[in-house]
Design a protein around this ligand. Structure first.
Ligand SMILES: CNc1ncnc2c1ncn2[C@@H]1O[C@H](COP(=O)(O)O)[C@@H](O)[C@H]1O
Length: 347
């Protein structure tokens, strides 16, 4: 009997998740709990119920997606209590899906009841206190938003340096790709590199953010990994391949936010997986796009006719690109070897 790739198999795979935005990973259900509590405290609160605002039949594009955070979820999750509740839920959800190593990324933000420092220490405390740390190791990446000023970007890097000993492993550049001038962040990313932080960059998400100038500037930041890599011109593709950069591919996000034309079968996974770059399947924003990491593996297997061994190999290569240390890598490779052994003997 052929050994099928099904949901039980992809859930059991020891997966690493390297591109998950914390706020985008909160489910509408969890946000609804926070909304309900807020309504009890303030019956005049006018924010829409997340079950409606983020209903599953809603369709997203670049114009509607980014304001969902800046104008809605950030309003809802603006207190330490809501950050604790939602971060714990996100950690629990990834662990339940069979994630064994997680790098969560988040943009430091403040509100009337917390500073950026408070936001980060609150998130790090949730990670420290997570009861299943031995099952799922979690690290934090701090994000610079493309709308940030150069000073704000340096502030993010300084925070990352300050909280390094507590589990911050790198910095990211994210946000609406139609906004901002990436060259203004040179100094910030240079400082990050100088202090030994790892760098991941959102790269070529839309045609407008894929000019030779922008992509060459981003490569000059010496990134360790790139996210999305959709509209990459050939000369830049060669450089990415030469450097063997880790590539964080977010299939459902790209399809559902219409960053690519067509469906999963049309995804650029197929062109990158043939290169020497480690390809890492990631969820991006599971709370919005409603596809868990195990489901991403299933979708890719179905679309490209991949076997169990192909998926185990994919998990194996992904480990090369983690920002964690060699002990984490050894732990992950041991888990992957165990999975290979187990599934070889299971129908
Ligand atoms: C198409 N995918 C994407 N492309 C670019 N940036 C994205 C993103 N998905 C999420 N973000 C960035 O992550 C923030 C939310 O999480 P945090 O508040 O940081 O935890 C968004 O505001 C956006 O800046």
């Amino acid at each position: 009997m052929a050994k099928v790739v099904d949901a039980a198999f992809t859930k059991d795979l020891p997966k690493v998740e390297l591109h998950a935005h914390l706020t985008g990973s909160i489910t509408p259900h969890c946000l609804h709990q926070i909304w309900t509590q807020r309504r009890l405290e303030d019956p005049n609160m006018s924010l829409q119920d997340p079950l409606e605002a983020m209903s599953r039949d809603k369709s997203w594009d670049i114009m509607t997606f980014f304001p969902l955070f800046s104008k809605y979820i950030y309003e809802l999750c603006s207190t330490p209590a809501s950050i604790i509740y939602s971060t714990n839920a996100v950690l629990h959800d990834f662990k339940e899906d069979g994630v064994v190593y997680l790098e969560l990324r988040t943009t430091p933000r403040s509100s009337s009841s917390m500073s950026k420092d408070d936001y980060i220490t609150t998130t790090l405390s949730c990670i420290d206190r997570f009861p299943d740390l031995n099952v799922m190791a979690t690290y934090l990446i701090l994000s610079v938003d493309r709308r940030n000023s150069p000073e704000e970007a340096i502030e993010v890097v300084d925070l990352a340096i300050r909280y390094r000993s507590r589990g911050v492993v790198g910095v990211d550049l994210c946000g609406d790709p139609s906004k901002g001038d990436v060259s203004t962040f040179k100094e910030a990313f240079h400082k990050a590199k100088l202090y030994g932080l790892k760098i991941s960059l959102h790269f070529a998400e839309i045609p407008a953010s894929s000019s030779l100038l922008e992509l060459s500037t981003l490569l000059s930041f010496q990134p360790d990994r790139l996210g999305h890599v959709i509209h990459v011109p050939n000369e830049i593709k060669d450089q990415v391949e030469d450097r063997k950069l880790g590539l964080e591919l977010c299939v459902s996000c790209n399809v559902k936010a219409k960053l690519i034309e067509g469906g999963v079968i049309d995804h650029h996974f197929v062109s990158w997986v043939k290169t020497g770059c480690p390809v890492i399947l990631c969820t991006d924003d599971v709370g919005v796009f409603d596809s868990t990491l195990s489901n991403e593996y299933l979708l890719i297997a179905q679309a490209f006719n991949l076997s169990r061994n192909d998926l185990i190999d994919l998990c194996d290569r992904a480990v090369e690109a983690i920002f964690g240390d060699k002990h984490q890598k050894q732990r992950l490779w041991a888990l992957i070897n165990d999975a290979r052994e187990k599934w070889m003997h299971t129908d």
